[in-house]
Design a protein around this ligand. Sequence first.
Ligand code: NAI
Length: 341
Amino acid sequence: MSHTIVLIPGDGIGPEVTEATKRVLAAAGAEIQWLERVAGQAALDRGESDLLPASTVQAILDHGVALKGPCTTPIGGGFSSINVALRKKLNLYGAVRPIRSIDGVKTRYDDVDLIVVRENTEGLYSGIENIITEGVITSLKVATEDACRRIAIFGFEYCRSRGRRKVTVFHKANIMKLSDGLFIRCAREEWERAYSDLQYEERIIDAACMAIVQDPSQFDVILCENLYGDVISDLCAGLVGGLGVTPGANFGEQHAVFEAVHGTAPDIAGQNLANPLALLMTGVMMLRHLAETRDDPKCTDVADRIRDAYNHCLTHGEKTRDLGGSLGTREFADAIIKQLR
Ligand code: NAI
């Protein structure tokens, strides 16, 4: 079965890591037709007037699934975030970031296994900011009951469908009594309504951050509104080796855009230094999604073989520089391809 997948290479290290990922997927036998589309700075460079061209959105609407590299939103020029725009336009309300210890990547903990579920469409990322008077700005945090309930259901369903045991909501309802108050009320009500077979807890986010770095094994699925989820994802990435090893996906009812947690990494872009593993792991998540939603067991087999190949490389010291190794982006992809069985 062949799948048409929209590929957005993105900016900065995006083209390097997407190229490496494409090569590994092809070598592993993934039957994918890539439909390349632009977004971000790359779109402006191609002469588009919009960071998110209509043809890119339409391609995802038509084909349902995209693999996306990181994109730059130029500062100034009145552009609003390309990533926020894409998630809103396609209603990709649920972000999932699995955070797992990886064989061969030594960190303070050996056994981290968490999933961050982030609400993707509102909160402070609604981008509603006002100049009240010179020197006084307000930024509006939006919480709607529909979106709070929808992400709570998504988080509980994800927890249950993956055989996990506990959902912890991170919040600051002691200060933001109405907005975060609504978020936890919806989560609690949904838990009581339909998910009480799962464990459920609520934690104030500042103390919860301390608890994560002290003992991540206390947590399983972490459910957050938009900004908290963004910050917590990077914090958790630091527990398992950094942004080079943290995959992610954005889900809506109809569409899914798979993208790693990291950004465009301008400090290392174009130098063959980026770790392509985060996007490759994201590609593995995408294959598992295709296996599930399109009933294609071959995708599971390809995903397993890629995972085994990169685990083998990492445990044998074949790594990129961010993980203490010496391989470049291309050479690491070559090493993985060599290990595919
Ligand atoms: P960043 O994730 O690009 O970089 C943070 C640090 O991690 C840098 O030192 C970078 O070199 C390193 N790093 C990131 N990914 C890496 C990889 N795969 N291999 C090795 N090292 C890696 O975050 P930053 O600097 O805050 O953002 C840079 C740009 O990326 C900004 O324009 C931001 O808006 C954009 N961005 C885009 C995202 C997306 O399109 N989904 C997500 C996050 C940021």
